[in-house]
Design a protein around this ligand. Structure first.
Ligand SMILES: *[C@@H]1O[C@H](CO)[C@@H](O)[C@H](O)[C@H]1NC(C)=O
Length: 581
């Protein structure tokens, strides 16, 4: 388990040329144990963080051992480790002792009071184990008073030569006053512990939350829905299609007097169904991006099931970027191949659009959020060098790999293989009832897929925005598969309705029908913001809605592509069975 993580980690680190700190996690007696201060931020929004020393805390006497080497993932996540200056030695206890003092000026007082009133807490790392502690608390007896904790007590559990457990308790409350001196103290207690090193992260996981009955129940529920849906789709299609075929071949069979030989429905549009969609370049780029995201999602879920990403800060993000770059050939292969089948001519342009479409969307949102973060001096502001690294990955890894995929796709899958000829003159699309209009079909199609995932969305949102580590990737895998099946069934049925209304614009319609689940997810995220979080302020709002929009866009591309793939397969099947004169 740990090995797979280490491998991905190593690969990611070597590709992006950012070397992680070497940690063997074993200590000799009296060896230095480094306590890293990470960030401070309001408890209600885990993602809004500022550097620890932006609050008027002081550093201990101990010499700093230089800045931590950040990995790409950490830099993007706003991890800012700084040395605490607290002297901790392996298995050497330390009674309560002063480590620094600071005169609180008026400004210092103001910022600390603000932080305490907004429930700020700070994060630390000791041997990669996260610690979190409150800065202080509002004074109950005095509405304007604030209480600051000045004493930190570290209880460290060791097993052999390894650290397996850390607790911090904050004590020493003082009523904070401007222009007073504050003395910060610390205490270290070492205890032998029976926890195994491999299991030392277990106490951060929350099985009662993630493996709650509701979670199991929702998966079971969605699963039943899938069985029901698949059965339903199968029956409808089998019955209607066989009836349709029979009617279509009525020349061979004795004529049925009920229909007067008038052809109707989807067969009428056989000369148009395989007509290229509007904006073929954009369409193939989006579908290519969808294939890309599907492959990334599957590889990442598989890796996350095998490797415990949560034991290594930022490793999930670093690995995702690495896998995203590595999966770029899928984008070119499917996007470029499709563009060629739609007889597009500007394939280089398609390749560039296809490979940069998603990165540009992410970049735009991230840069907008970055402006706000810089304005607020949040540690979330992405450093310039990190941006350059990401840009370099896009230009020198993603683009060439995509090029490779495009060449392959054009040569191996570039020939159109349509079962019906395309008429020269497009057929006019007849007027139809409002509930058969594409916009309505698209809107309705998102409903069932959303129903199958919204409980999972709650768990994912909660682990992203609150202090929970998501670790039940097996659940995530099941839900993803369920979502794919539901999306496929629903889009096939809705496209069948569309074609029966003699509207042949199924390509965009099937994509949008699949992707409309993301609209509902975004609406759900608004609900979640209002009722499930206590976020406030411009920064948190922009941050939340920006990243939720990105998530929804990615989900939309994912599900839309699933919808398109399944519908395309279905359409090829049914139209290759009708015999044309
Ligand atoms: C940390 O706290 C937990 C829960 O209170 C306790 O079970 C554990 O023994 C503590 N660890 C140490 C090293 O004191």
């Amino acid at each position: 388990m740990g090995k797979a993580a280490a491998l991905v980690w190593l690969l990611a680190a070597s590709v992006i040329l950012v070397k992680a700190d070497e940690h063997t996690h074993t200590y000799t007696d009296n060896e230095e144990v480094v306590l890293w201060m990470n960030t401070v931020g309001p408890y209600s929004n885990r993602q809004e963080t500022y550097s620890y020393y932006s609050l008027p805390f002081c550093k201990g006497e101990k010499e700093s051992i230089g800045h931590y080497h950040e990995t790409l993932g950490e830099a993007l996540l706003g991890v800012e480790l700084e040395h605490s200056g607290i002297d901790i030695r392996f298995k050497v206890g330390n009674p309560k002792d002063e480590f620094c003092r600071r005169l609180m000026t008026n400004d210092d007082y103001e910022s600390l009071a603000f932080a305490i009133q907004h429930e700020y807490s700070y994060q630390m790392y000791l041997d990669d184990l996260p610690l979190i502690a409150l800065v202080g608390e509002p004074d109950q007896s005095d509405p304007n008073g604030v209480i600051l904790y000045t004493h930190k007590k570290f209880e460290i559990g060791y097993n052999g030569d390894q650290i397996v457990d850390v607790n911090v308790t904050v004590e020493g409350p003082i009523t904070l006053k401007p222009n007073s001196e504050v003395i910060f103290t610390y205490e270290v207690v070492w205890k032998p512990s029976g926890v195994q090193f491999e299991n030392r992260f277990d106490k951060y996981l929350d099985p009662t939350f993630f493996q709650h009955r509701i979670h199991w129940f929702s998966i079971f529920n969605s699963f039943m829905m899938v069985i029901f849906l698949v059965g339903l789709v199968w029956m409808i299609l089998l019955r209607t299609l066989s009836k349709d075929y029979a009617r279509y071949h009525k020349d061979d069979v004795e004529a049925d007097d009920n229909d007067i030989g008038e052809d109707y429905g989807w067969k009428q549009v056989h000369g148009d169904v395989f007509r290229p969609p509007m904006f073929p370049l954009l369409f193939s780029s989006i579908i290519g991006t969808g294939y890309h995201l599907i492959s990334v999602a599957f590889v990442m879920i598989a890796l996350a099931i095998m490797a415990e990403f949560y034991t290594q800060r930022g490793s999930l993000l670093s690995a995702t970027i690495f896998i995203y770059a590595l999966c770029a050939p899928f984008n070119g292969y499917f996007g470029g191949g499709m563009y060629s089948r739609l007889s597009g001519k500007r394939w280089i342009k398609q390749m560039v659009v296809g490979s940069l479409l998603f990165p540009v969307i992410i970049g735009t949102v991230a840069l907008t959020i970055n402006w706000v973060a810089i304005y607020y001096h949040a540690s979330r502001a992405i450093p310039f060098t990190t941006m350059l690294a990401i840009l370099a990955i896009c230009c020198f890894v993603v683009l060439p790999l995509n090029f490779l995929g495009t060449i392959l796709g054009r040569n191996l899958k570039g020939q159109a293989d349509i079962p019906c000829r395309i008429n020269v003159v497009p057929r006019p699309i007849p007027d139809k009832k409002w509930f058969l209009e594409p916009w309505f079909i698209v809107l309705v199609s998102g409903f069932l897929p959303f129903g199958s995932i919204f409980i999972e969305m709650y768990f994912i949102f909660t682990s992203f925005w609150a202090y929970k580590i998501y670790y039940v990737y097996g659940f995530m895998f099941l839900v993803t598969v369920i979502l794919m099946v539901v999306t496929a069934c629903v889009t096939i049925v809705s496209t069948y309705f569309l074609l029966n209304a003699e509207d042949y614009r199924w390509r965009w319609c099937s994509f949008l029908s699949g992707s409309s689940v993301s609209l509902y997810v975004y609406l759900y995220s608004i609900y979640y913001f209002i009722f499930k979080t206590k976020m406030y302020g411009l920064f948190q709002t922009v941050f939340y809605f920006g990243y939720m929009a990105l998530f929804s866009v990615a989900l939309g591309a994912f599900c839309g592509t699933i919808g398109y793939i399944s519908t395309a397969t279905f359409i090829h099947k049914i139209y290759s069975r009708i015999k044309l004169d």
